[in-house]
Design a protein around this ligand. Structure first.
Ligand code: SF4
Ligand code: SF4
Length: 256
C-alpha cells in the first residue's frame, strides 16, 4: 500500500515553523512511518513530483514569483495547511503594508532597482483556498501533530478556537494583569500556546493572532490602566500579526 505524501513549502519566513516540525523528533519518526515525505528542503534536498496529499505552507506572499508559485503548490495539493503567523496573517514583514516599500528598499539596499518585491506581505489565504490554518510564531508542535494526524485519519483537527485566557485559567495560572498590572493580550489572542508567557509571569504578546471575534474595545481601557499610552497600544498590536484585520484596526487608529 502506498503511503500518503507530505510536502512542506517555504515562502517569506524565517523557517522557525518548519523547525517546529523537525523539533518533533520522536513523533517525527513515527510520522515518517505513516507518510512519505515528498518535499521538505529544510531536511532533505530530495523533492518528489506531486500531487501531494497534504502540503504545509510556511511564509507569506511578498514577490510576484511567490504569487505564481503558491498557485502551483495549491494545484498539486489535496489538503493545504498554512503554518504560522507569516502564512496566516502576513507576519511581521506585513509592517510594510503600512508604509512605502520603495522607500524602505531605497534605505536598505545600495541598488534597490534589483529588488523585485510586492508592496504588501499577504497571507496564503489571500491568494488560494486554504483547508486549515495553524497559528503562532512559531506554531505549537502539539497542534501541528494533531493537525497532521487528523488529516491523515480523514477527520478535522480538534483544536481550540478560544482565547489564551481560557488556557491560562485551565492551567490555574495567576493573572499577571490582575496581580501585577502587567499588560496582556491574552483576552483577544487565539489559543494554542498553552498560555506560555503568562506561565512565565509575562503578558501575552499576541503571537497567535486574534481569536474569532476578539473584543479589542473592551481590552483597550485595561491596557491603559496598566500604564500603556496610545503609542504603546498601537505598537503592541503591530507585531507578529500586524496585518490581521482585528489587530491592524487598533494599530491603524493610533497611527493616523
Ligand atoms: S510565523 Fe514566526 S516562526 Fe514561523 S516562519 Fe514566520 S516568523 Fe518564523
Ligand atoms: S494573564 Fe493574560 S492570558 Fe492569563 S488570564 Fe490574565 S489576561 Fe488572560
Amino acid at each position: 500500500m502506498s503511503l500518503p505524501t507530505l510536502a512542506v513549502w517555504k515562502f517569506a519566513s524565517c523557517d522557525g515553523c518548519q523547525l517546529t516540525l523537525l523539533d518533533c523528533e520522536d513523533e517525527l519518526l513515527a510520522l515518517a512511518g505513516r507518510v512519505r515525505i515528498a518535499s521538505f528542503t529544510e531536511a532533505s534536498s530530495e523533492v518528489l513530483p506531486g500531487p501531494y496529499d497534504v502540503s504545509l505552507v510556511e511564509g507569506s506572499i511578498t514577490t510576484p514569483a511567490d504569487e505564481r508559485r503558491i498557485r502551483e503548490v495549491r494545484e498539486q495539493s489535496r489538503v493545504l495547511v498554512t503554518i504560522g503567523a507569516c502564512a496566516t496573517s502576513g507576519g511581521i514583514q506585513a509592517l510594510r503594508n503600512f508604509g512605502d516599500v520603495a522607500e524602505f528598499a531605497a534605505s536598505v539596499y545600495a541598488s534597490p532597482e534589483f529588488i523585485s518585491t510586492l508592496g504588501t506581505s499577504t497571507p496564503i489565504s489571500a491568494h488560494v483556498p486554504v483547508d486549515f490554518e495553524l497559528r503562532g510564531c512559531p506554531i505549537d508542535r502539539h497542534q501541528l501533530l494533531e493537525t497532521l494526524g487528523a488529516f491523515l485519519a480523514g477527520r478535522k483537527p480538534d483544536l481550540p478556537d478560544t482565547s489564551v485566557c481560557t488556557e491560562c485559567k485551565r492551567r490555574g495560572l495567576t493573572c499577571v494583569t490582575v496581580a501585577d498590572g502587567t499588560p496582556c493580550l491574552g483576552p483577544v489572542t487565539h489559543a494554542g500556546c498553552g498560555a506560555l508567557c503568562p506561565a512565565h509571569n509575562r503578558g501575552c504578546f499576541g503571537c497567535f493572532g486574534p481569536m474569532a471575534k476578539p473584543n479589542t474595545a473592551a481590552l483597550l481601557p485595561i491596557l491603559r490602566t496598566c500604564g500603556m499610552d496610545e503609542a504603546a497600544v498601537g505598537r503592541v498590536f503591530a507585531t507578529f500579526n500586524a496585518a490581521a484585520p482585528d489587530f491592524a484596526a487598533v494599530s491603524r487608529e493610533r497611527r493616523s
